[in-house]
Ligand binder design. Structure first.
Ligand SMILES: Cc1ncc(COP(=O)(O)O)c(C=O)c1O
Length: 472
């Protein structure tokens, strides 16, 4: 698809501004000069300048001309697309994560699954056996891309699902966090634009902040998922280098893309030649039917960096993840060699050993059943006790529910009041660069449904009702 000329010119000017050819506050060439230089009509150049003005990139001064906007903070565009040229969320997120760490706190705000759901004794045996059998050379033998047995076991699981991934394109990492970070690093340079979901997992916002990238946020709906028209528009408007999203059990809203949406999304990526970072850490936690097919299953798979880990489904503390990196595998390996060197060798060997034992699928079946039961129990309790107008997601996997409180309620206040009563929740502000989700909460449903949990939901609903009545 070719962009209209005024949009092409707007993109060129925006790239120049991003590259500091034109500095904040500096005057751009006059319309007449720009026509002469570009060979475009006055109307086309005017439209391009006006588009950049409407996006907050330029300001016009009567009788003087167009200037680069002095500072370029968060902007609202086209009603749905938002951009952030500087993301600074870390302090707030660290405070919230730390606040939920005490073991006497009811951990509805936690990102971690209930640790009692995992086969600890079997994992311990695999770890002990791996350490016993470790050869003195194993540290070198397991440098990037990582332990071969483990990579082959992971490739076999892809193969069983019909996803073409070879062991050679898999790089073992320290959790999905490292695989996502390396993927972002391989696809972007500081200052580049990345399309992300809104709301998004806070690790996305942290990754973008750390790498000094600019973000275009694409609206999500907890039932419909990502807004593809907005994504298409973002690609037409900004020089986007990478797209980062989740196709299954999105964190925080929980939705899963249907096959049609996945096809359309891949078409958009192909048309715009944009690579995708697919975060798929919850994919094994589906409640019914089969594992959702990842976008990696498409013909565009070499340009899709599929990131996952064992942190949510088998061994939370082991910190082992991977990326199936397609065309980018050797560059990812080099970046890893320059940063963390490799994932811990004994835990890689332990997981390879565990996967060979053959009890992984039985564990997953039990885990999925438990998670579904626990989600049902907590969802019903919230539905029955929160004020009318509350919207609740109904994910078909994973262990989060997203709660949209009615009206203009302040979920951060509820988070603070709940914490004083030793209950943690994840306020919506953790998942965005602005306050758009300040009336939302994410709740972790993986913990045992018992009297303590029931009472905690009751306390939460009392706090929510107090706030609700204040707003009526
Ligand atoms: C969506 C998402 N991606 C990635 C991660 C990080 O995974 P890992 O613990 O394997 O680094 C998390 C953890 O909360 C997550 O929720």
């Amino acid at each position: 698809m070719t962009l209209p000329r005024y949009q092409q010119l707007a993109q060129t000017l925006r790239r120049q501004i991003d590259a500091h050819v034109w500095l904040p506050g500096e005057k751009l060439p006059s319309l007449r000069e720009s026509c002469k230089q570009s060979g475009l009509s006055l109307m086309t150049v005017l439209q391009a300048y006006q588009l950049l003005e409407s996006q907050g990139t330029l300001v016009s001064r009567p009788q003087s001309g167009y200037y680069v906007a002095p500072s370029r903070p968060l902007r609202l565009e086209h009603g749905s697309l938002h951009t952030a040229e500087q993301i600074d969320v870390n302090d707030a997120i660290f405070d919230i994560l730390k606040a939920g760490q005490d073991s006497d706190i009811v951990p509805f705000g936690s990102a971690f699954p209930d640790p009692t759901l995992f086969p600890q004794p079997k994992l311990a045996r695999s770890l002990a056996s791996a350490v016993r059998r470790m050869s003195p050379h194993s540290a070198i033998a397991n440098l990037p891309p990582g332990n071969e047995d483990l990579r082959r076991s992971i490739a076999q699981r892809y193969a069983l699902q019909g996803v073409e991934v070879t062991p050679d394109e898999i790089v073992i990492t320290s959790g999905a966090m490292e695989s996502l970070g390396l993927s972002l690093q391989v696809l972007t340079q500081p200052g580049d634009w990345v399309a992300i979901e809104s709301p998004a997992f806070y690790g996305v916002l942290q990754g973008i902040e750390r790498r000094k990238l600019k973000a275009v946020t694409i609206p999500m709906d907890m039932e419909q998922g990502i807004d593809l028209a907005a994504l298409e528009q973002a690609m037409a408007t900004y020089p986007i280098k990478a797209c980062w999203l989740m196709s299954a059990f999105q964190n925080p809203q929980g939705c899963t893309m249907n096959p049609d949406k996945k096809r359309q999304l891949v078409d958009i990526l192909i048309r715009n030649q944009v690579a995708l970072i697919e975060d798929d850490v919850y994919a094994e936690l589906y409640f019914n039917g089969d594992r959702p097919n990842p976008l990696k299953m498409s013909s565009y798979r070499q340009e899709i960096l599929h990131c996952s880990s064992f942190s949510k489904c088998l061994a939370p503390g082991f910190r082992v993840g991977w990326v199936a990196a397609g065309n980018y595998a050797s560059r990812i390996q080099r970046l890893q060699l320059m940063s963390t060197l490799s994932a811990s060798v004994p835990v890689q060997l332990a997981l390879a050993d565990f996967l060979h034992q053959g009890s992984y699928d039985a564990h997953l079946r039990r885990l999925r059943r438990q998670l579904e039961l626990r989600q049902n129990a907590m969802r019903s309790a919230v539905l029955n006790s929160f004020p009318p107008g509350t919207r609740l997601s109904k994910p078909t996997g994973g262990y989060f529910i997203w709660v949209e409180l009615p009206g203009k309620m302040d979920a951060t206040k509820i988070y603070q009041q709940a914490l004083a009563k030793r209950i943690s929740v994840a306020p919506g502000t953790m998942f965005a660069v602005d306050n758009r989700f300040s009336h939302c909460l994410r709740l972790n449903t993986s913990f045992e449904w018992n009297t303590r949990a029931e009472n905690a939901v009751k306390t939460l609903s009392e706090l929510v009702y107090k706030e609700y009545n204040r707003h009526r």
